[in-house]
Ligand binder design. Structure first.
Ligand code: NDP
Length: 262
């Protein structure tokens, strides 16, 4: 899967799945624009890309701010001259009960980060992707599919919305030769729960308790592998798909239901 001379834009590349994805693209020869708010962490990702032989473009930006989203696209095109692949990965997963007083603040922040920013970035990137016959990979979640999560209804709604937005845009852009897909990870070992004050030890204990048939937790590099596959020519017939990488979590939900139905 060589991405030599391809230009890839990855949001949320300062950490976790996005950082691993940027490095994996760099290792395959891509030129990568990496986006996040934390410049120190972006510099670490850039260093890892450089070790793979690719000098990346750091764009410190907040995807919830329209002026920042515009700048993300402008900087990428000004620097690289084109765009082949957009990976909309930046996301938050706040822990908040529907009974909590801050319900609407949580909902707005989650939708703004996980869905609205994707809509705007897709709108701005689409003309360039039409030109390059490129593609988009959106990082969704099993929470947008069959998995119901406690105290994360805004997160689940944002990811379900992202999945259907993806299908609609995939349909619309298919005639123009642009593919659009999601990867839907199950639990992955990253810092996403850090914002809720959850320590690495607490996170690992929670992940160990997740019911996954393969009995293991995902690693960011494994999700990056799926993203690279979806972005590659090997997936040239794949569009409008939600590609699950969850160690069997969604399957186990369906299996339990079919047992009940017997
Ligand atoms: P991390 O917390 O490790 O990474 C999240 C990334 O999103 C960071 O780089 C962060 O950058 C960026 N980000 C968040 N808000 C903004 C913002 N307003 N503007 C710009 N960047 C932002 O989490 P993951 O790697 O786990 O999450 C990546 C994606 O994977 C998310 O969409 C998440 O929903 C999805 N996912 C994760 C799962 C998991 O179990 N970890 C499971 C299923 C899906 P910075 O802080 O520098 O702004």
């Amino acid at each position: 899967m060589s991405f030599r001379n391809k230009v890839v834009l990855v949001t949320g590349a300062s950490s976790g799945i996005g950082a691993s994805t940027a490095v994996a693209f760099a290792a395959e020869g891509a030129r990568v624009a990496i986006v996040g708010r934390n410049e120190k962490k972006l510099a670490i990702t850039a260093g890892k890309c450089e070790q793979k032989g690719s000098k990346s473009l750091i764009i410190a930006a907040d995807v919830t701010k329209d002026e920042d989203v515009k700048r993300i696209l402008e900087d990428t095109i000004n620097h690289f001259g084109k765009l082949d692949i957009l990976v909309n990965n930046a996301g938050i997963a706040p822990n908040a009960s529907i009974l909590a007083p801050e319900t609407m603040e949580t909902f707005d922040a989650t939708m703004s980060t996980n869905l609205r920013s994707v809509v705007y970035l897709t709108h701005l990137a689409a003309p360039y992707l039409v030109e390059s016959k490129g593609n988009i990979v959106n990082v969704s979640s099993v929470a947008g599919l069959a998995i119901v999560t406690n105290n994360r209804s805004a997160y689940a709604a944002s990811k379900a919305g992202l999945d259907h937005f993806t299908r609609c845009v995939a349909f619309e852009l298919a005639a123009k030769g642009v593919r659009v897909n999601t990867v839907n990870p199950g639990p992955v070992r990253t810092d996403i729960m850090e914002a809720d004050g959850i320590t690495d030890e607490q996170r690992d204990a929670m992940l160990a308790g997740a019911r996954v048939p393969l009995g293991r937790v995902g690693e960011p590099e494994e999700i990056a592998d799926v993203i690279l596959f979806l972005a590659s020519d090997k997936a040239r017939s794949v569009t409008g798909s939600s590609y699950v990488s969850d160690n069997g979590m969604v399957m186990s939900v369906h299996t339990k239901m079919s047992l009940v139905n017997k």
